[in-house]
Design a protein around this ligand. Structure first.
Ligand code: PAF
Length: 279
């Protein structure tokens, strides 16, 4: 495994690697956990070479304190990646990715006016800026993204379509802790007590799955909100039950298409997201 910080060098190395196989890419912001490692292992298994980027992207943080507090530990990340078979780790500086400010404004229409897009203005524009730059450097055949960030996945698919990029986007299942809590870099910021209580989020979603169809969509969203808010450590920011393609709220179970409940919940100062597909 080789650590690379220069985009010019990475491009050269990957031009060589591409001659003997496909490139599988996992973009991350570091603070790696088992969820990330499962993406990397899959990228390595399905391609000639696996590449991971570790870059805390400033343009996707709408809250400066969130950017400051975001966990960073490159040494620990590199240790975790050793056993995955990943060939290159790209850990560039901010100047390397943004030699000049990125002023591009992407248009994702109704995909970005709901949920995370509504509550974190500018977030998805920043995600599209950095992922398009990383794709331009790595030129992956396949890129792997976790389904926990369900809306991010839809945005990245839309971006790939808009820019006509020849990359296959591979969605990967959510990896959970034994308690059910969805793995997230932000879990590192939780106290042990908060971490235990945060498991109520996924437990509530799992119970909601059994109630779908028995309660109306509105009742179920209300039930999820109330149950999570009953826990003194947790405060719901939103609960939305949406169509999994359009991401628009659904009003009845009889509507066509797969439905998914997406939630954002504050646990102390840490914002967590999770979701469950009703199928
Ligand atoms: O999901 C993430 O960790 C980030 O949004 C990503 C895709 C690496 C872009 O910075």
């Amino acid at each position: 495994m080789e650590l690379v910080t220069s985009k010019v060098l990475l491009k050269q190395l990957l031009d060589q690697a591409r001659q003997s196989g496909t490139i599988g890419f996992v973009p991350t912001m570091g603070a790696l956990h088992r969820g990330h490692l499962s993406l990397v292992e899959r990228a390595v298994a399905e391609n000639g070479a696996g590449v991971v980027s570790i870059f805390v992207n400033p343009t996707q943080f709408n809250d400066p304190n969130d950017l400051l507090r975001y966990p960073r530990n490159l040494d620990a990340d590199l240790k975790l990646l050793q056993s995955t078979g990943c060939r290159y780790v790209f850990a560039p500086s901010v100047e390397e990715i943004y030699p000049e400010p990125d002023t591009r404004v992407f248009q994702f229409g109704s995909l970005e006016t709901v949920m995370e897009g509504k509550h974190r203005p500018g977030h998805f524009n920043g995600v599209a800026q950095v992922v398009s730059r990383l794709f331009d450097i790595v030129k992956p055949d396949r890129a792997y993204f976790g389904l926990k960030d369900f809306q991010q996945l839809a945005i990245i698919r839309a971006m790939v379509q808009q820019l006509q990029l020849p990359v296959e986007i591979v969605p990967c299942e959510i990896v959970r802790e034994t308690s059910g809590l969805a793995m997230s870099s932000r879990n590192q910021l939780l106290s042990p007590e908060e971490r235990e209580n945060a498991a109520v989020i996924s437990q509530t979603l799992l119970k909601a799955h059994r109630l779908a169809g028995k309660l109306s969509v509105g009742e179920l969203a209300g039930h999820i909100t109330q149950t999570i808010n009953q826990n003194p450590f947790l405060t719901v920011e939103y609960v939305e039950i949406v169509n999994d393609i359009t991401l628009q709220p659904v009003s009845g179970w009889e509507e066509p298409g797969t439905k998914i409940a997406c939630v954002a919940v504050w646990c102390g100062k840490v914002r967590l997201i999770d979701n469950i597909v009703f199928n």
